[in-house]
Write a protein that binds this ligand. Structure first.
Ligand SMILES: NC(=O)c1ccc[n+]([C@@H]2O[C@H](COP(=O)([O-])OP(=O)(O)OC[C@H]3O[C@@H](n4cnc5c(N)ncnc54)[C@H](O)[C@@H]3O)[C@@H](O)[C@H]2O)c1
Length: 261
């Protein structure tokens, strides 16, 4: 799909990868770009810069997602491409992480995609045409060392995207799943830009991710991998799971020994 002349919604559009997507979609000549974010003032700045529309949205609240879809359709008549991109990293840890922390990341990283599909799919199915892009992560294909909530929710998000593609592909619904490794945004670098992480090495700029998305949408490819090496890691995992687990144990030990998350 070419983005030119399309009506596009981007959640988490106020910062990072989402902002880069909004800017790139506008540059590609989208008919409308809706910048949806919980941070309304930052979303309004992006919308003003690109001539888009900002709609304050907490994607973990279904009524907000319904309102986002309704207001977009009211303003522009349809939604061609819905980018369910907003996500959070949550807290480090595993089973000891509190229920409220698990619920919070589950709501943003998983339920938000379900709310989006629930709200937007019926109109897309009626038209027999529509595109859903979900931002997951390489952590959903592989893992996130040190952070079970992020790993688990990103795996779940990929599972949902796969299911949508299999179930609704024959009815004209396209689905892509964006799975980057490190990207130089607030999530990776922290508020002050100084957070340590082994993923800083090899991290891409958000604009590079947006370029990969344009190429992936054009090819209508399910898996969009801005870091091509992730495809090889994923193959190795599937080819020899035991060996992959051993390698990840070594990486985990190194990270725990002080290289940061
Ligand atoms: N940065 C990375 O290294 C990296 C790697 C792989 C995947 N991702 C994924 O990319 C997506 C975007 O992350 P980013 O790196 O641009 O992060 P970011 O923190 O720079 O931007 C995230 C945006 O989402 C918004 N947001 C957060 N919670 C929200 C909510 N409940 N409702 C609406 N908006 C909300 C924030 O206000 C922010 O504008 C996430 O899904 C993230 O998991 C990031």
């Amino acid at each position: 799909m070419k983005v030119h002349d399309k009506v596009v919604v981007v959640t988490g559009g106020a910062n990072g990868i989402g902002r880069a997507l909004c800017r790139r979609f506008a540059a590609e000549g989208a008919r409308a770009v809706v910048v949806a974010d919980i941070d309304h003032s930052a979303a309004a700045d992006v919308a003003q810069e690109i001539g888009g529309l900002a709609i304050e949205t907490d994607v973990s609240n279904e009524s907000h997602v319904i309102r986002l879809v309704e207001q977009t359709i009211e303003a522009f008549g349809l939604i061609d491409l819905f980018c369910s991109n907003a996500g959070i990293f949550g807290v480090m840890g595993g089973a000891e992480v509190s229920d409220p922390d698990w619920q919070k990341i589950w709501s943003v990283n998983v339920m938000a995609h379900i709310y989006a599909a629930r709200a937007v799919l019926p109109v897309m199915l009626t038209r027999g045409n529509g595109y859903l892009l979900q931002t997951a992560s390489a952590a959903g294909l592989l893992t996130q060392v040190g952070a079970a909530p992020y790993s688990v929710t990103k795996h779940a998000s990929i599972a949902f995207a796969e299911w949508l593609s299999i179930t609704h592909g024959p009815s004209g619904i396209k689905v892509s799943c964006l799975c980057p490794q490190g990207v130089r945004t607030r999530m990776l670098l922290g508020e002050d830009g100084n957070r340590e992480s082994f993923l800083r090495e090899g991290a891409l700029e958000p604009d590079d991710v947006a370029a990969a998305v344009i190429e992936g949408l054009d090819a209508e490819r399910f898996l969009i991998l801005p870091h091509p090496e992730v495809a090889e890691y994923f193959r190795r995992k599937a080819g020899d799971y035991e060996r992959w687990l051993n390698g990840m144990r070594r990486l985990n030990a190194k990270v725990q020994a002080g290289m940061g998350s």
